[in-house]
Design a protein around this ligand. Structure first.
Ligand SMILES: Nc1ncnc2c1ncn2[C@@H]1O[C@H](COP(=O)(O)OP(=O)(O)OP(=O)(O)O)[C@@H](O)[C@H]1O
Ligand SMILES: [Mg+2]
Length: 265
């Protein structure tokens, strides 16, 4: 928290530092102007005392006004940047809707039958196609590998299943449903990806495994048992020493940012 406050205060620190430096410079300028006016007043015998007084009073004010002019101008520039951002965001193309009625069955996809029909993908209208008329079918329960040289579009194909890039032509059908016809939340909550670079957020073991807080502790332990991160129930009794060593026994064990206290390999 304190680190966040520091980060937030950092730009203000520098901004006010520069501001103070600017006003020091203006004060020096002000002294020079007042000094010069005084000198002129003293040197010219034709100037009356009242006129000299006026000239001195105004000359000390002018730099003050200049300083404010500079500050207001900088303020205006900053506000213009903010305006520019608001304009930019308000013109961004909207993502497709989160839910589209009728929503797919809650059990979808039951079998995992995937069919790709004439799939053409490109990242932007002005860029060349990355996938050209791709046709393939994966039957339920099949395990497939996709091979290709670097840049051939393997990751692009994976992204297109989640509609991070939309199909330009063709479609992907999973268990009879064309994925471009359903809402993004429905689609992305039903399929899973294990990316090349593992990502772990800071928090506890519980919040890492169950990000949306949907499962009971018993279900989380069951999952940990199935991947052998904790011993199964019929394993021999553990001594208190080994229990303490296994951080997965306690769902409140902390996970540091980027999973630094775990091996993500
Ligand atoms: N965000 C992007 N914007 C524009 N073009 C992209 C983008 N990401 C990838 N590409 C282009 O799409 C093509 C396929 O890239 P992709 O990352 O799918 O290849 P890959 O087969 O996964 O490669 P690798 O084996 O290196 O992971 C490449 O020519 C790449 O330049
Ligand atoms: Mg890749």
């Amino acid at each position: 928290m304190i680190r966040c406050v520091d980060t937030n205060a950092n730009p203000y620190y520098w901004m006010w530092g520069v501001n103070r430096w600017l006003s020091t410079r203006f004060n020096l300028l002000s002294s020079a102007v007042v000094g010069l006016t005084g000198l002129v007043a003293v040197m010219s015998p034709s100037i009356s005392a009242s006129l000299a007084g006026f000239a001195l009073a105004f000359s000390s004010n002018i730099t003050h006004n200049l300083l404010f002019l500079v500050r207001r101008f900088v303020g205006l520039e900053q506000s213009m940047v903010a305006l520019e951002r608001v304009k930019e965001y308000s013109e961004l193309k909207r993502e497709p809707p989160e839910f589209v009625e009728p929503r797919p069955d809650s059990a979808w996809p039951e079998n995992g039958h995937i069919k790709c029909e004439d799939l053409v993908i490109r990242y932007a209208p002005e860029l060349p196609n990355v996938l050209h008329q791709l046709n393939f079918e994966v039957h339920p329960g099949e395990k497939i590998g996709i091979l290709g040289r670097t840049g051939s579009g393997k990751s692009t194909l994976a992204l297109s299943f989640f509609r991070f890039v939309e199909a330009t032509e063709g479609k992907i059908v999973i268990d009879g449903i064309d994925i471009s016809k359903i809402g993004l939340t429905d689609l992305r909550s039903k399929i899973t990806i294990i990316p090349q670079d593992p990502t772990i957020l800071s928090g506890t073991v519980r919040s890492t495994l169950d990000v949306f807080d949907e499962y009971q502790d018993a279900e989380i332990f069951e999952a940990l048992r199935r991947v052998h991160l904790i011993p199964s129930e019929d394993a021999p009794e553990e001594t208190p020493d080994t229990v303490n060593v296994n951080v997965f026994r306690n769902l409140d064990s902390s996970v540091s940012e980027g999973g630094e206290n775990f091996s993500t390999g």
